[in-house]
Design a protein. Structure first.
Length: 346
């Protein structure tokens, strides 16, 4: 983080999750004056309070669905990281209105509260599932991005900068597949795989936090920052975990779950037509046209843009040896293996 957080106040919605806990620690190390954690789960807040043990972290029980609780938590805050969300694809498929209430309306509450409280910046966290969405979770996250961009489009003179970050699967985050595989292997079971040929992006928690920090430091209103990542097949990922734990790579194929794609897309060809490429990430600026389309329609668009999306089928594909090395960089995996201080050299 930069000196702009020194002595300042930062709010993290959904702050008891994997991202929130990592960001809280980084903010505290940067010299922040106060970090507020807004979430619904008082048990997780109590566990986090005892784990971190820093008086600068203040815990607010509330829900982003409730505008008043967000308004209170963001009063006097300088910056907001909006991580609260319903993230599980199957549960959102069964309860799509709950996904809308949290991911869309809750995000709108955060943006509106930030505007009313004159917060300097809001970074909202999105997902690859928001691109060409086929499930309720992705659809609600796509609308969350639209809420953030609409604020920038409709409030060009606002002092609140609202931007988005979009990234793929964060390895070993809560509810992700790697800890599930390890749990199954330790219980003597074969890892359950939906489809071995299915591909997914792989990103470390540190990379996701770094992208958020970049957006915080450099975003302009309505920007979307997209972290590039390598990908792998789910079958290769399961085989890599089996190798690490020295068990036969026997997989239990259970079939595709509700709302799952074969491949995920981080940046559409429409995104890439406007994007700036910064090496490790793309910046997609706001489409700031108003509702007067006459000039655009009469002149047309001479640049059709790229012919392909950036997706997990055409991204750099990791094989089993590369996945093994990547997994060994994760502190949680090293702990499970009894290799807490061992980091591989690739």
């Amino acid at each position: 983080m930069t000196s702009t957080t020194n002595g300042g106040r930062v709010l993290i919605t959904g702050g008891t999750g994997s991202f929130g806990q990592t960001m809280v620690r980084r903010l505290l190390a940067s010299g922040v004056g106060e970090v507020r954690v807004l979430s619904r789960d008082e048990a997780k807040q109590d566990a986090m309070r005892r784990l971190i043990g820093d008086w600068r972290v203040r815990y607010h029980v509330g829900d982003v669905r409730d505008h008043d609780s967000v308004l209170r938590a963001s009063r006097g805050v300088d910056h907001i990281f909006h991580a609260a969300a319903l993230k599980q694809v199957p549960s959102c498929e069964f309860f799509p209105l709950e996904a809308v209430r949290t991911n869309v309306l809750g995000s709108a509450n955060v943006v509106e509260a930030a505007q009313r409280n004159e917060v300097a910046s809001v970074v909202v966290l999105s997902t690859d599932k928001a691109v060409y969405p086929v499930n309720a979770m992705g659809m609600s996250k796509a609308l969350m991005e639209k809420v953030a961009q609409a604020h920038a489009r409709n409030n060009p003179d606002s002092s609140t900068v609202v931007s988005c970050v979009r990234y793929g699967n964060v390895m070993y985050s809560r509810g992700s597949v790697i800890p599930l595989f390890i749990e199954q292997i330790k219980a003597g079971r074969a890892p359950t795989v939906t489809d071995p040929a299915m591909t997914r992006f792989l990103m470390s928690l540190e990379d996701s936090v770094a992208l958020v920090e970049h957006a915080f430091q450099h975003a302009r209103p309505g920007d979307v920052f997209i972290r590039k990542a390598a990908a792998c097949t789910i079958g290769d990922l399961a085989e890599a975990v089996c190798q690490l734990f020295d068990v036969p790579a026997k997989l239990d194929v259970i079939g595709v779950r509700h709302g799952e794609k074969q491949h995920e897309t981080l940046a559409s060809r429409e995104d890439l037509a406007r994007a700036e490429d910064f090496g490790d990430f793309f910046r997609v600026p706001l489409d700031a046209r108003d509702l007067n389309y006459a000039l655009y329609v009469s002149e047309g668009d001479p640049d059709g843009g790229p012919a392909a999306d950036f997706d997990s089928a055409n991204a750099l594909r990791l094989g089993v040896p590369e996945i093994v090395n990547l997994l060994l960089t994760l502190p949680e995996v090293r702990t499970e293996l009894g290799l807490r201080d061992v980091v591989p050299t690739c």
